[in-house]
Write a protein of this length. Sequence first.
Length: 267
Amino acid sequence: MLYQAKNGKLHIAGADMDYVRLGNGAKTLVMLPGLGDGLQTVKGTALPMALMYRQFAKDFTVYMFSRKNELSPGHTTRDMARDLYDAMEQLGISRAAVLGVSMGGMIAQYLAIDYPEKVEKLVLAVTSARPNPILTQSVEEWMEQAKQGKHTALMDSNVRRIYSDEYYRKNQWLVPIMGKVTKPKSYDRFLVQAEACLNHNAFEELPRIQSTTLVIGGERDHCLGGDASAEIAKRIPEAQLYMYEQWGHGLYEEAKDFNQRVLSFLK
């Protein structure tokens, strides 16, 4: 299979957890996706993930983990970090580089804080250490749309807030289609994760992170604001910060040099 990509499933604390594995490098890279995982896990995405992250396949064995398929109300980002630790233990991953994007970055913060032996290098992309007005407005808007079952409106808000204005103008016509084909059977799992984002607060504990860290943010981030990335970089000892002036929350897809920038840091 392309880049040795395969889909996998683990059983963690009474629930299944989907993951994707690709590459066959000597080192291990763990990737954690954002809040979109609450609507659709990485199940069955091995091939598209292999194409998106093929640059890492030579040097790393890459794992992308979803959150557990069944999440109880009140499950926090710290709880999700514990689930991730259990998954790594089950797969025999003793130590890895970790890339957390958006909500995945929140979970990665607690993984590095609570299980420092697991995290060799850390990349925190377009994420936040604690709630702020922009993050709260974004997540509460999505939660309300989900509770009302307004999936097309939820997709429109996601695309509008995550991607650049140019991307939104070019692809707005796709939103009604996305609204029809991506609607989940239930929003329960999404709402648990959204609530975890609103309650995430690792700010005071960030100085405990021992891993060499790169923080990446976007000046035009309409989901949580660019200042959130700068704030994290100031709190983690000797953290590097790179800000994209022209990109927002979706820079991990829109910035053509994002993967290479991360790879260069990890190598």
